[in-house]
Design a protein. Structure first.
Length: 162
């Protein structure tokens, strides 16, 4: 069953994760989101959902302003000819629409193997920001709490320098 933003925030509270939630207009790109960063502490993210030719699924989370070359990324994460997951697959696996991809979507993954990859450089920051399953808000948490949440969802991440 897909979680709502409210259910996600309750889960965070229930497992002892402190967060700050910021409502804003809907955003669909990193560039649109940047228009609403004022007053939100911490670094912002870029979240990429891939499927490779062997049907392996990857959720890669890195810094919003970090340039990513897909071929280089594929070698680092062990993906064979990755392509972006189509909107239907995104909804089926992560329960979110394009523009709302987030590591918090791990709460919705049921029955599929998805490798969650977090950028080591991003994880060195004090505060991280992600959409809480919708693209009309941004939720701030610590890197340690992100790992705690992913482990709670049975999706321990791989932390790799991208």
């Amino acid at each position: 069953m897909l979680q709502t933003q409210e259910e996600l925030l309750k889960i965070l509270s229930d497992i002892g994760i402190e967060y700050t939630n910021h409502e804003h207009p809907a955003v669909f790109t990193v560039e649109e989101a940047a228009l609403h960063h004022e007053g939100i502490e911490g670094v912002h993210s870029k979240n990429l959902f891939f499927k490779d030719k062997k049907k392996n699924l990857f959720l890669v989370v890195t810094l919003a302003d970090k340039p990513i070359k897909i071929k280089e990324l594929a070698k680092i994460i062990g993906a064979k000819s990755p392509s972006f997951g189509k909107p239907e697959l995104l909804m089926e696996v992560l329960g979110v629409i394009p523009g709302a991809v987030t590591p918090f979507a791990a709460v919705n993954i049921k029955g599929q193997e998805v490798t969650v990859v977090l950028d080591e450089e991003m994880m060195k920051n004090e505060l991280l920001n992600f959409h809480p399953l919708v693209n009309t808000a941004t939720t701030t948490i610590t890197p340690g709490d992100l790992v705690k949440f992913l482990e709670h969802c049975h999706r321990p991440p791989e932390i790799i320098l991208l």
